[in-house]
Design a protein around this ligand. Structure first.
Ligand code: 5GP
Length: 112
């Protein structure tokens, strides 16, 4: 099912895009929980990490490499947190696979 992120991919609604190529899009979270809070999404509609199969192996590796590049471009030299909330107990609210990059402040553990 298409979500609001499909509308962002299709430029039907605006987003503050920090990176885009043919496979993925990265944009600022509308409700940031850290000074830097970026979402990296595949352009392919995948519901959640729970739907990943071996056919997605290359794409998932690609997305993680992009996370590193984007974090570097954002100057997150002191580190950052990468989160993939997955389904209901994982706290996922938008059912289009996305990787959170959060940085610019000290993160705590354990998360809530
Ligand atoms: P989840 O809770 O599913 O892991 O994360 C979804 C994230 O998407 C939330 O952090 C939320 O603030 C963000 N979000 C939801 N709708 C929009 C939107 O329309 N634009 C942007 N930029 N972020 C959104």
């Amino acid at each position: 099912m298409p979500t609001i992120f499909t509308k962002i991919i299709n430029k039907e609604i605006p987003a503050d895009i920090v990176y885009e190529d043919e496979k993925c899009l990265a944009f600022k979270d509308i409700n940031p929980q850290a000074p830097v809070h970026i979402l990296v999404i595949p352009k392919t509609e995948i519901r959640s990490l729970a739907d990943i199969t071996p056919e997605h192996q290359e794409l998932m590796g690609y997305l993680l490499c992009k996370v590193t590049e984007i974090a570097k471009a954002q100057n997150l030299k002191e580190g950052y947190r990468v989160i993939i909330n997955t389904e209901s107990h994982g706290g996922q609210t938008v059912y289009h696979l996305h990787i959170h990059i959060m940085g610019g402040r000290q993160m705590n553990w354990p998360p809530g």
